[in-house]
Design a protein around this ligand. Structure first.
Ligand SMILES: Cc1cc2nc3c(=O)[nH]c(=O)nc-3n(C[C@H](O)[C@H](O)[C@H](O)COP(=O)(O)OP(=O)(O)OC[C@H]3O[C@@H](n4cnc5c(N)ncnc54)[C@H](O)[C@@H]3O)c2cc1C
Length: 282
């Protein structure tokens, strides 16, 4: 299908992009891997596409005293190769095919908020912080709570996602991502990112991000909270898995019943947690 006509601009700075996005019916374009299919299906008909690819301030990865900053334009393929956390490398590698990974960006995947997006689950497990810029303001939002529903986030239409802030991996930390793919599309029927950190045999930090299961990716805070202070024994994992779907409207559709999806989610979580623990123990 052919998209409806639109104007196209390619700003060089964040300020220029924000000025363009302030115009009615304007939309940011990053890797185009989610937006262009929507345009072709005419499910989105923006009058102006603001291509972000020349904006240097949205590129690259920086390490500083506050942790690791990953620019919105960093591509899935780069993350799969060199992200500082294994959960992010595995989630990026599990995203789409080679072409999608070469073009798609971490900012686009986060802003798009696909209910089955892979990177959001990894970012939730890591307790990432979303850096947002808007006209005359900059704000930082915890990723837990950023995804409001299908394709809906805390971002306002005139704002840009500038980057994501991640913690620096510390000794005793481990993380992993597991996903059950839909056979046709490759998207997650269920996907779980897990992060744990151990000190003297006890879990002192944990995070679990779930995708493909509810109406939006979410942090399973009760489940990860159950792991804190424990030795991450099988019984601890089993108790945490009981809390994984608490309060979640588990989706029931043509791909999977709610019951099957819930079971697969627990299985992915168990595998991700065991793999994260193995990495944490070296
Ligand atoms: C064949 C195919 C298979 C795929 N399989 C998977 C899969 O298995 N798992 C998965 O998670 N994803 C999958 N995807 C989606 C892919 O990961 C996309 O790359 C990603 O969802 C969007 O990233 P993008 O950079 O392409 O964003 P775009 O498509 O350019 O933009 C997506 C949305 O985000 C907005 N946006 C982009 N960047 C910003 C920004 N910096 N600030 C504010 N708003 C912004 C755009 O306005 C748009 O609304 C697949 C896509 C295709 C085409």
């Amino acid at each position: 299908m052919i998209p409806a006509a639109f104007r196209y601009e390619r700003p060089a700075t964040i300020d220029e992009a924000l000025a363009l996005l302030a115009q009615p019916e304007a939309k940011a374009l990053a890797g185009g891997q989610s937006l262009l299919p929507l345009l072709r299906l005419r499910m989105a008909e923006p009058e102006l596409l603001v291509d972000l690819q020349d904006i240097a301030d949205l590129q690259g990865v920086r390490h500083d005293a506050n942790g690791i900053w990953v620019g919105a334009l960093v591509r899935h393929a780069e993350l799969a190769q060199s992200a500082p956390w294994r959960v992010l490398r595995e989630a990026a590698e599990a995203t789409g095919d080679r072409q999608v990974r070469r073009l798609g960006t971490i900012g686009g995947a986060t802003a798009h908020a696909d209910p089955a997006g892979d990177l959001p689950a990894a970012l939730l497990a890591l307790h990432a912080v979303v850096e947002v810029v808007g006209p005359g303001r900059r704000r930082e939002l915890p990723i837990d709570g950023f995804f409001l529903g299908p394709l809906t986030t805390e971002l306002a239409p005139e704002e840009l996602l500038a980057g994501l802030r991640l913690p620096q991996p510390k000794p005793g930390a481990g993380s992993s991502y597991r996903k059950l793919r839909q056979k046709a599309s490759g998207f997650a029927v269920a996907g779980v990112g897990a992060m744990v950190r151990m000190e003297s045999g006890r879990c002192v930090e944990a995070g679990i991000g779930v995708t493909g299961v509810g109406l939006a990716p979410y942090a399973a805070a009760a489940a990860s909270g159950r792991l804190l202070g424990s030795g991450l024994e099988t019984t601890d994992f089993e108790a945490a898995l009981e809390l994984l779907l608490d309060g979640v409207d588990v989706q029931d559709d043509g791909y999977a019943s709610a019951d099957y999806r819930g079971r697969m989610c627990r299985l992915c979580a168990l595998e991700a947690l065991e793999s994260a623990k193995a990495e944490a123990l070296g």
